[in-house]
Design a protein around this ligand. Structure first.
Ligand SMILES: Cc1cc2nc3c(=O)[nH]c(=O)nc-3n(C[C@H](O)[C@H](O)[C@H](O)COP(=O)(O)OP(=O)(O)OC[C@H]3O[C@@H](n4cnc5c(N)ncnc54)[C@H](O)[C@@H]3O)c2cc1C
Length: 420
């Protein structure tokens, strides 16, 4: 009988663990509660816009090494698209000013010395505050570490950290901000090229992982929710799915890759992050005008980022908790007016709303505060054959695709150790 690994949860943490563990000498079974894989990173057919869309726009950067390695393994790295260089067009909707941040490839930040490449209204010396964020007191917030005001803050630091931490940087963990800056700005433009799944999250990240797993004999069971873990002698001895139980042999292992609230209900005494932040996305069925860049950053508006996909413009608002109770149509109209203003150089858009959808993910990520960061557990648990994975475990990164995949890789490494 080959050793078996049961992976609970088919989000990116669970799928990346499964991809690493699907070897000929091992049986891998992935159990997913819902009818689809991908978790918070998924595509679905939306009747309102009449097309398949993603629950939310997901941005990767060329320095997301674990994510890119995962994509290469499952054979879909070529599905990510982005500009050849690290360029971010921005628009200040209040002043109407437009600029493009252009990072140079190397680690030495030569771009800060060029007024045409840096944030307008800043001087090279201002960028010293970015360096200050690299070595913060770990228990501090960003607001306690740097002055959160001025052109550099509103034109670079705030949009970057808001997107990466999904929290107002004032309250965000300086330690997590430092990790982001170390892997992006401080690593140079080569690590900062924006990459998006133009054809959708599922065809890029999820379906190829499924094909890879099926090709290696792994089983993925959808609509198979774990109800309880039964332990005996310091190990998980049985998985309880309600209508079915699965007994574990001595060498079998379990990777629990579910969201934090689900993990806490399955593992007694587990401390997990328990505060969350929302992400709101607005999708419009409207072909992007020729010349509109794939991603535009917007400041001084409700809209934060506009993404151009084939046949669709989509807007992301991170830390969007204040928008959760705004009537949907009102929100769609506000955002559409901003999208039209942003697109002015490329086309004139009618004021009429095209077919639209608002997707509000209330618990998009854990709240990246210093207090919540302290609640993140490591991968090992008190049960010797149970390991944790998920963007909320202690990865050292905020809740991102890169963090989720690194956690899956780490869980796989621990299972390999356990079963060797
Ligand atoms: C709108 C939005 C936009 C985002 N944008 C970005 C971005 O631009 N860049 C970026 O890097 N990251 C982004 N993220 C974050 C990224 O999506 C997550 O970090 C990542 O998908 C988390 O993966 P995960 O596997 O840890 O968790 P999840 O995706 O939550 O997966 C957990 C899985 O476990 C399943 N499950 C739960 N309970 C059980 C049970 N009892 N039994 C079996 N299965 C169970 C769930 O159904 C789910 O499929 C965004 C997130 C959202 C919501």
């Amino acid at each position: 009988m080959p050793r078996t690994v049961h992976i609970i949860g088919a989000g990116l943490a669970g799928l990346s663990a499964a991809v690493r563990l699907a070897t000929p000498d091992r049986r891998v079974v992935v159990h997913e509660a819902t009818a689809f894989a991908g978790g918070r990173c998924r595509s679905y057919h939306d009747a309102a816009v009449g097309m398949t869309i993603d629950n939310g726009n997901h941005l990767l950067l060329s320095g997301n090494d674990a994510a890119l390695e995962f994509l290469r393994t499952i054979g879909s790295a070529q599905r990510l698209i982005g500009p050849a260089a690290a360029e971010f067009p921005f628009l200040d909707l209040k002043s109407g000013e437009r600029w493009t941040l252009r990072f140079n490839d190397g680690r030495l930040p030569l771009w800060i010395f060029d007024p045409r490449r840096r944030v307008p209204g800043t001087r090279a010396l201002d960028y010293a505050s970015v360096a200050r964020l690299l070595w913060p007191k770990p228990e501090n917030t960003v607001g306690e570490t740097i002055a959160c005001r001025g052109a550099l803050y509103s034109g670079l630091i705030e949009p970057l950290l808001l997107a990466a931490l999904n929290i107002d940087p004032l309250q965000g963990s300086a330690k997590l901000a430092a990790a982001v800056i170390r892997e992006t700005l401080a690593a140079g433009g080569r690590a900062c090229r924006p990459l998006i799944a133009r054809d959708g999250l599922a065809p890029t990240l999820i379906e190829p992982a499924f094909d890879y797993l099926h090709g290696r004999g792994a089983q993925v069971r959808l609509e198979h929710q774990l109800r309880a873990l039964r332990s005996e002698g310091g190990r998980v001895a049985m998985l309880d799915f309600g209508d079915e139980t699965v007994a574990l042999a001595e060498a079998d292992a379990v990777v629990l890759a579910v969201p934090p609230y689900a993990a806490a209900s399955l593992v007694p005494g587990l401390t997990v992050p328990n505060e969350f932040r929302a992400i709101v996305n607005a999708h419009f069925r409207f072909a992007p005008p020729a010349g509109q860049p794939p991603i535009v950053g917007i400041i001084n508006a409700t809209t934060q980022w506009i993404f151009a996909f084939p046949g669709r413009l989509s807007v992301t608002v991170s830390a969007g908790d204040a928008l959760l109770d705004v009537p949907r149509e009102q929100l769609a109209r506000t955002i559409w007016a901003e999208v039209a203003q942003a697109a002015a150089p490329w086309t004139e858009m009618a004021a009429d709303l095209p077919p639209w959808q608002i997707v509000r993910e209330r618990r998009a990520t854990f709240a990246a505060t210093p207090e919540q960061d302290k609640r993140r557990p490591g991968a090992r648990t008190t049960w010797r054959n149970l390991v944790l994975a998920g963007d909320w475990t202690n990865t050292g990164l905020p809740a991102t695709i890169e963090g989720a995949i690194r956690s899956g890789n780490r869980a796989a490494a621990l299972v390999n150790q356990m079963q060797s």
